[in-house]
Design a protein around this ligand. Sequence first.
Ligand code: B16
Ligand code: MG
Length: 215
Amino acid sequence: MIKACIFDLDGVVVDTAKYHYLAWKRLAAEFGFEFMEIHNERLKGVSRMRSLEILLEVGGINMSAGEKERAAARKNQWYVEYISEMTPAEILPGVTQFLDYLKSIDMKIALGSASKNAGMILERTNLASVFDAVIDGKKVSKAKPDPEVFIKGAEALGIFKAEECLVFEDAEAGVEAALSAGMYCIGIGSPKILQKAHKVIPGFQGVQPADLLRF
Ligand code: B16
Ligand code: MG
């Protein structure tokens, strides 16, 4: 029986991928190449530094560790400017209703995100008080597909049996992280990309909430 739900943030609760993309695109333009949407898929769910490394690979650019730190900080400055304008209207369709349902049945709810900016996004979208625990990029040392973020999320909720946890993820690395934690996982997005998940749905709009919890 599922006793806790752990949500990824970007791509599950809100669509911040578009802001990451704008900021990465701006950085690539400064380096003199075009970073296209097709490349952006590879950045979903992975850490900021790993994202930069993928971007540099796409552009065929080499950089020292110090230059990488500065480039990542620049990108983050732009990204923070974008997300500081976010509003609750940017919560993805059906998410608020599903969270309300989970609250009504006293389900424990955690956030398990790779982002170091999760706190600001939750504040801007008025979701900060909805989550009983928030594990973000500031609290983990190993990025997805390592299961650390979800294991810490379950522990923070006081749940110590992985099979009582259900993770919602939009990235392949995130699905792998949930499975290697021994948890159930529902993929949000394309069944082709998220085929390893126990179930895949396009989003929360129109779902029967109780059905999603049956495992
Ligand atoms: P930041 P999630 C992830 O969020 C994003 O999907 C990924 O594109 C980003 O690089 C990562 O957070 C780190 O974000 O630069 O804000 O620390 O999907 O794990 O909620
Ligand atoms: Mg995500």
